[in-house]
Design a protein. Structure first.
Length: 133
């Protein structure tokens, strides 16, 4: 995690600043980026740096922001790849929530191969108070 944390922090900084190409260049050429699964307007699924940069531009214009608060190291490596858990505080479409992501990273290049999440998690409305008679 000590080698991966700065890479992820730099990627999140690029995402939040709208540096779409800078964010996308941290991915392998044919990587996949799939945030917001379950979003009512539809999730994004971008394959390749150009498509990833396009998603980042759209979401930056919409005012999205992600802040990492926990990184979970892989228990084992699989075919030269580490699967990391990344927990984020997310601001999107006027909502704020905490949600996890999975980031698959190449051990040989340090590039992101797959970034899945964060899944869409709309805030739950407050419960109606019970009427006690």
């Amino acid at each position: 995690p000590s080698l991966v944390a700065p890479r992820l922090a730099a990627a999140l900084g690029a995402f939040n600043a709208g540096r779409a190409v800078g964010f996308a260049n941290r991915f392998a050429a044919r990587a996949e980026f799939s945030p917001y699964d379950g979003r009512p307007q539809g999730r994004y699924r971008a394959i390749g740096r150009r498509a990833i940069a396009s998603v980042v531009r759209k979401r930056h214009r919409a005012g999205d922001g992600w802040t990492a608060y926990q990184l979970i190291a892989p228990v084992a490596l699989f075919r030269g790849k580490g699967i990391f858990g990344l927990f984020l505080r997310v601001r999107v479409d006027g909502a704020a929530f905490e949600q996890g992501s999975k980031v698959v990273i190449s051990c040989s290049t340090g590039k992101f191969l797959v970034w899945g999440g964060p899944a869409w998690k709309p805030p739950t409305p407050p419960a109606e108070p019970l009427a006690l008679d």
